[in-house]
Design a binder for this molecule. Structure first.
Ligand code: MN
Length: 340
């Protein structure tokens, strides 16, 4: 009989006891959210916080470089997140830092060079293939679609009894990082984990409805981003949103999700990959890439070619140039890398 735990990745079984030893030694633990946090970042931080507090630890979650979007404030424990970045806290107060869902030091902060003081033992828990392994212990399971799924299995190996707070945060993280269980990184094991989590959530439909919520501003942004789509070789959809559109409508950060647009464009079956670039400030683009078929089109290669990184099906980069140059560059690189 498959009890659902036999599919837990070997890396998690191997590292779980080592991580637990370090947690038991620690008294004050720091967690963070990555810049432009998504539900996997926030949900993983909050789930870990709730579990560590049950172990009697003092835990601080910092928001990091970006504010926590209002849309995530319903995550259990979200109100306790401290609105500070890595450079605004006294690192001497902590003896353990668990960096989650962050492939590199720039995902801890972009406000300066991230250095871990000697008092701060660092554990990395992540699922990004591009993770350099910058911790003393690195639990990086690249076959998993979300850090929250790594945590769900880690907690299961530790024998932690789930409660609604932990389950809700992990469910939100996995649901979001899989595009609502749509991406190819989703396995039967993911569904098994989600079923376990769902069993502890009393109103699952309300949670899912909240995960799909919009604001009027976000809808307006979507209409603008979807207005002019370039399709390269009939397969690769590209939307570039210039700063003029952002400033004209006065969009706020939560409303302008390049990742959301890139994912949404894949609802057209012929478009197997997509990119959305948003000029968040003049000459500065945040660009997200998505692929519905990572064998035909691995978008981590394109992101890497543009100085970014991520997964085969979901990646991102930053570009410093004009909207015209950004469009030209992405078109040229996509044509070159994918023979479009
Ligand atoms: Mn993630």
């Amino acid at each position: 009989m498959n009890d659902g735990t036999s599919d837990i990745a070997a890396s998690i079984r191997d590292k779980a006891p080592l991580i637990l030893v370090e947690i038991k030694k620690a008294s004050s633990i720091l967690l963070h959210c990555h810049p432009s946090p998504d539900p996997d970042s926030v949900g993983s931080a909050l789930a870990m916080k709730l579990v560590l507090e049950k172990m009697g630890k003092s835990v601080t979650v910092i928001a990091g470089d970006s504010p926590i979007p209002d849309a995530f404030m319903h995550f259990p424990g979200a109100k306790d997140i401290i609105a500070k970045n890595y450079f605004e806290i006294d690192l001497a107060k902590f003896d353990l830092f668990i960096a989650q869902d962050s492939g590199g030091l720039s995902l801890i902060s972009r406000k300066g060079p991230v250095i871990f003081p000697p008092n701060l033992y660092t554990i990395v828990i992540d699922h990004h293939a591009t993770n350099s392994g910058y911790g003393k212990i690195n639990l990086i399971e690249v076959s998993y679609p979300a850090t929250a799924q790594v945590l769900a299995d880690l907690f299961s190996v530790w024998g932690i009894a789930l409660d609604e707070g932990v389950a809700t945060n992990l469910f939100a993280g996995i649901y979001s990082d899989t595009g609502g269980l749509r991406y190819s990184s989703v396995t039967a094991h993911t569904y098994s984990v989600m079923a376990d989590l769902a069993a502890h959530i009393h109103d699952i439909s309300t949670l899912i409805r909240k995960m799909h919520s919009n604001t009027p501003g976000a809808l307006r942004f979507q209409s603008i981003a979807l207005k002019d789509i370039d399709v390269i070789g009939g397969k690769f959809a590209l939307s570039i949103v210039p700063y003029s559109a952002i400033s004209e409508y006065g969009f706020v950060e939560d409303e302008i999700s390049a990742a959301m647009i890139a994912s949404f464009m894949l609802s057209v079956p012929q478009w197997i990959a997509s990119a959305c670039g948003v000029e968040i400030e003049p000459g500065n683009f945040k660009i997200s890439f998505r692929s519905s078929d990572e064998k035909l089109c691995d978008v981590s290669i394109l992101a890497a070619a543009l100085g970014g990184g991520g997964h085969k099906a979901a990646s991102a980069a930053r570009l410093s140039m004009s909207a015209e140059e950004a469009k030209k560059l992405v078109v040229a690189k996509a044509k070159e890398l994918y023979n479009l």
